[in-house]
Design a protein around this ligand. Structure first.
Ligand SMILES: Nc1ncnc2c1ncn2[C@@H]1O[C@H](COP(=O)(O)OP(=O)(O)OP(=O)(O)O)[C@@H](O)[C@H]1O
Length: 251
């Protein structure tokens, strides 16, 4: 992928009473190949809707979403999607889950070496034959990530994949995602509520505001890799992002 372009996008939905909701208004940004974009904003500001538009699961009323000038109209294997609850198939083992997409695309001659490579990289060795209910939440999310990444997507969309994890497991999965991003150079877009997570992973951070869902600001992350969550620079940048989100300010 050379460039993803979100051009003047508006998305209107209706609530149960038929009231119109401007879920997204005037959304404009570009993503270059190899970037890691974090999208952060309060609940209901349209983050998931935006990710769905980029994946092709949804289409905007106005504006367009393109990859290398090609209009996105439906989901495509070149754009992976990892959900908050990884949605592994409960009836398949971890290895079968990771292989499932590859098998669907390449049949029985799928790249088994690649699957083993990711089992190793994701720290799932020894758990290949376990079923999702037999592994921890963090392992299940690492498996869900592996299932998407073995398909070598050009763009990986991460919809709060660490949202349901405890703080320790969350930090562990963040490190795994960062490692995979650095090794594969896959472009990634992460939706999160967690300011530290957005900063730890993102090369740019899109700050959104709700009702209507708009981009308030796109901030380039000044922190070098490897990043230290407790460094003065990190904490200072976090304060900057918190201010943009009016975090801690009650209306
Ligand atoms: N299918 C739908 N029909 C009607 N309204 C919807 C639909 N999907 C989302 N919405 C509304 O659109 C708004 C944005 O939803 P969205 O899930 O994109 O926000 P979000 O920022 O991802 O929220 P959260 O952080 O809580 O997951 C919300 O007000 C939601 O109620």
């Amino acid at each position: 992928m050379a460039q993803l372009t979100i051009d003047n996008v508006n998305r209107i939905l209706h609530d149960n009473n038929g009231q119109r909701i401007n879920v997204l208004e005037d959304i404009n940004f570009n993503v270059e190949s190899g970037e890691f974009i974090s999208i952060i904003g309060p609940s209901g500001c349209g983050k998931t809707t935006l990710l769905r538009l980029i994946s092709g699961l949804d289409t905007p009323e106005q504006g367009q979403v393109t990859v290398d000038d090609k209009l996105i109209t439906e989901p495509d294997v070149s754009r992976g999607y990892v959900f908050q609850h990884g949605s592994l198939f409960p009836w398949e083992t971890i290895k079968e889950n990771i292989s499932s997409g590859l098998k669907a695309v390449d049949g029985h001659n799928y790249d088994k070496k690649l699957v083993n490579q990711y089992i190793e990289l994701m720290g799932l060795k020894g758990f290949e034959n376990a079923y999702p209910h037999q592994v921890s939440g963090g392992m299940a999310q690492r498996a869900a990530l592996a299932r998407s990444i073995v398909l070598k997507p050009e763009l990986l969309l991460l919809d709060e994949p660490m949202g349901a994890l405890d703080a320790f497991t969350r930090a562990d999965v963040q490190d795994v995602i960062q490692r995979v991003w650095q090794q594969t150079k896959t472009t990634m877009i992460l939706v999160t509520h967690d300011i530290d997570e957005a900063i730890y992973l993102g090369t740019r951070i899109i700050v959104m505001t709700p009702r209507p869902g708009r981009i308030k600001e796109i901030v380039t992350n000044p922190l070098e890799f490897p990043r230290n969550r407790t460094s003065d620079e990190f904490l200072q940048f976090r304060r900057e992002i918190q201010d943009k989100l009016n975090f801690g300010v009650t209306e």
